[in-house]
Design a protein around this ligand. Structure first.
Ligand SMILES: Cc1cc2nc3c(=O)[nH]c(=O)nc-3n(C[C@H](O)[C@H](O)[C@H](O)COP(=O)(O)O)c2cc1C
Length: 221
């Protein structure tokens, strides 16, 4: 698969086959992603890849925090806060596409909440990765995190895997900190569920689309 094909094919995958990814392939993907560029080559990312029992323990802890009504504790401001104008419209359109794919009406609050909960069940993926960066870093360093994330996701696509980046996975992170050696001054910014996609699942059938090129890019001559 060439780069262009991987960019077009990558989509957020929200249902997975019950089939773990070989540890060698996971290692290879993260090894290659180390080539990502960053400000002054600082490489601010630290990643915890959870599989097997560790993955299950984290899911259990996150779901029980939510069920207990615990207040989420993200360190970095979540990306869905205070959206306005066209950004708010796109956020709503994105949610509606998801509900439509699952045949959920807006009034069906229980079903919407069940769907939301799937975030912390990693949408059934056998693996979940947690990406952190130093708490003292700012927006420009977050660019490095985004570049790195997209590199990981494209490598996954090119290797037949699916993934879903999730800000939701930065909300209840106590168990990840307990199990892993995340540097003390780091905070988790987002997570990534990944595995082999369930291509036939209804939730994987929709495409949210994109704005017209002219709405995003201006060419001066
Ligand atoms: C930083 C980031 C955080 C995201 N957080 C979530 C999330 O918490 N839950 C979710 O289902 N999708 C999440 N997404 C996926 C977006 O909804 C998705 O990328 C967008 O709608 C475009 O769709 P596509 O990835 O299928 O092309 C996130 C994406 C990014 C880049």
């Amino acid at each position: 698969m060439n780069l262009n094909e991987a960019i077009i094919k990558r989509r957020s995958v929200r249902a997975y086959q019950d089939k773990p990814v070989a540890p060698e392939l996971i290692q290879k993907i993260f090894h290659e992603a180390q080539e990502s560029p960053s400000n002054c080559n600082t490489q601010p990312w630290h990643v915890v890849v959870a599989s097997g029992n560790a993955r299950d323990e984290i899911e259990k802890s996150m779901v029980s925090d939510i069920m207990a009504g615990k207040t989420p504790t993200p360190h970095f401001t979540p990306g869905d806060q205070n959206l306005k104008d066209e950004y708010r419209k796109r956020q709503i359109a994105c949610a509606i596409s998801l509900y439509d794919a699952m045949d959920i009406k807006y009034e069906e609050k229980d079903k919407r909440q069940q769907l939301m909960l799937r975030n912390w069940q990693f949408f059934g993926a056998p693996h979940a990765a947690f990406f952190s960066m130093p708490k003292t870093m700012s927006e420009i360093n977050a660019v490095d995190m985004g570049i790195y994330l997209q590199t990981v996701m494209l490598l996954m696509t090119a290797n037949g895997l699916g993934s879903c980046p999730q800000g939701a996975l930065a909300m209840y992170t106590d168990k990840v900190h307990e199990l892993a050696n995340i540097p003390d001054n780091h905070a988790i910014m987002f997570g990534l569920s990944f595995g082999y996609p369930d291509e036939s699942a209804p939730i994987n059938q929709f495409d949210v689309g994109r704005a017209e090129l002219g709405d995003s890019v201006e060419f001066l001559t």
